[in-house]
Design a protein around this ligand. Structure first.
Ligand code: GDP
Ligand code: IMO
Ligand code: MG
Length: 397
């Protein structure tokens, strides 16, 4: 049985924690899009791991991990996380597979990201994801397989560097080659041809780990304030490079909403209430440390994301953060508007709120009412409630 876990807001919904928990039911956790722009914090109780590239599998159970062709692979970040994995789980015996068609992210991409974002003001993570995606589309990017073919790699890099020159950026070709070859040598046993990856995975039960969230998806998100990859459930097969059967789409959402970077956010709370949510929920970016913008749950957007991603079941996270809040608000519609069919004009929408009595604990009747309300409004079951940050803090309902 294959599942995909997707974020239903603007990222940071707690996907890493949920995926780590659910990985006990699967053989492999597989990444299919994004790159080191993701920051998935997993709290094992005694320690935490922040996954940027390494899939969030429960390593204590030896679940295997795989990285598909659609992932933009930063060799430095991957090497560092691979070391951390074996520091924390020295006996880990799961398989680690990387598609040889995955493209690499270079320092040059990160510098370009910094430079371009000063002009475009998307508020990117500066992990080089946009520029690496652009190079892939321009056909001047290096895939892992190309590193094993030095002439081809050099030709690609020469073309790439001459394009970058137009933007006043330069880098030392031999230095890039040296670093990429070093990476390839260290990980060659894990780098597999796409058909080998397909054959290994088709025998297994897979858990696809979404990065970012539906509202950050390049096609269906709040464009241009989005990431550059297909991070919704529709991106799974494209990201693997072969058709994948997904039996269940699991949508993860926070009991409130957060966003990092620029772009519309109708329920954003700018004053003290927003600060209270940020401090109580410790809402600071796992990748950049930036304070996350905070606001109430937005049902029109949640329903949009659920339908666009074809969600079957829901997981609610961070409702524990709202314990002790006297009132909890939910945006139920936008002023003067019917059903939300697209994100067009989102920056001009005005939320209409329904106010709920806050809950004293997650066993409180008032919390049960909040859960039922969301289930009724979305028409989907909340199958799990995450009750805290540790992997085991999970309630199956
Ligand atoms: P991701 O990018 O979707 O994996 O989410 P992040 O890891 O960036 O942000 C979610 C944060 O909330 C992490 O620090 C998690 O450890 C934490 N977290 C996840 N679920 C819960 C929950 O139910 N309650 C609390 N208090 N924290 C949670
Ligand atoms: P996880 O997987 C939250 C946001 C950035 C910016 C926009 C584009 O941890 O949920 P990019 O670097 O991708 O070009 O930035 O997307 N963004 C995220 N926000 N969580 C993430 O990942 C994000 N990945 C990218 O803040 O607004
Ligand atoms: Mg995150």
């Amino acid at each position: 049985m294959n599942r995909v876990v997707v974020g239903l807001q603007w990222g940071d919904e707690g996907k890493g924690k949920v995926v780590t928990y659910l990985s006990r039911y699967h053989d492999f956790v597989v990444r299919f899009s994004g790159g080191a722009n993701a920051g998935h914090t997993v709290n094992y109780g005694d320690f935490k791991m922040v996954h940027h590239l390494m899939p969030s599998a429960d390593f204590s159970r030896n679940v295997g991990v795989a990285i598909g062709s659609g992932v933009l692979l930063d060799p430095d970040v991957f090497s560092q996380e691979h070391r951390e994995l074996f520091d924390k789980f020295p006996g880990y015996s799961g398989k680690i597979l990387i598609s040889e068609n995955a493209h690499v992210v270079l320092d040059l991409h990160k510098r370009f990201d910094e430079m371009v974002d000063q002009l475009l003001r998307i508020g990117t993570t500066k992990r080089g994801i946009g520029p690496a995606t652009a190079d892939r589309a321009m056909r001047v990017s290096v895939r892992l397989a190309d590193i094993d073919d030095p002439e081809k790699m050099k030709t690609l890099l020469e073309k790439n560097l001459s394009l970058k020159k137009m933007y006043g950026l330069s880098a030392e070709l031999n230095e890039i080659v040296r670093r990429l070859e070093g990476f390839y040598q260290s990980f060659r046993e894990h780098i597999v041809p796409v058909l080998q990856l397909k054959r290994i995975l088709e025998e297994k039960s897979l858990l696809f780990e979404g990065t970012q969230g539906v509202l950050l998806d390049v096609d269906v998100g709040t464009y241009p304030y989005v990431t550059s990859t297909s991070c919704s459930s529709a991106g799974v097969s494209a990201g693997m490079g072969f058709p994948v059967k997904v039996d269940e789409v699991v949508g993860v959402f926070k009991a409130y909403t957060t966003r990092v970077g620029e772009g519309p956010f109708p329920t954003e709370l700018k004053g003290k209430e927003g600060e209270l949510l940020r401090e109580t929920g410790r809402e600071y970016g796992a990748t950049t440390g930036r304070p996350r913008r905070c606001g109430w749950l937005d049902l029109p957007l949640l329903k949009y994301a659920i339908e666009v991603a074809g969600v079957d079941v829901l997981v609610m996270t961070k409702a524990d953060v709202l314990v002790g809040f006297e009132k909890v608000k939910v945006c139920v519609k936008y002023k003067g508007e019917g059903e939300l069919l697209s994100l067009k004009g989102l920056e001009r929408k005005e939320p209409v709120y329904e106010t709920f009595d806050g809950w004293k604990s997650l066993e409180d009747e008032r919390f049960a009412r909040f859960v039922s309300f969301i289930e009724k409004e979305t028409g989907k079951k909340i199958k799990y409630v995450s009750t805290g940050e540790k992997v085991g803090d999970m309630l199956e309902v």
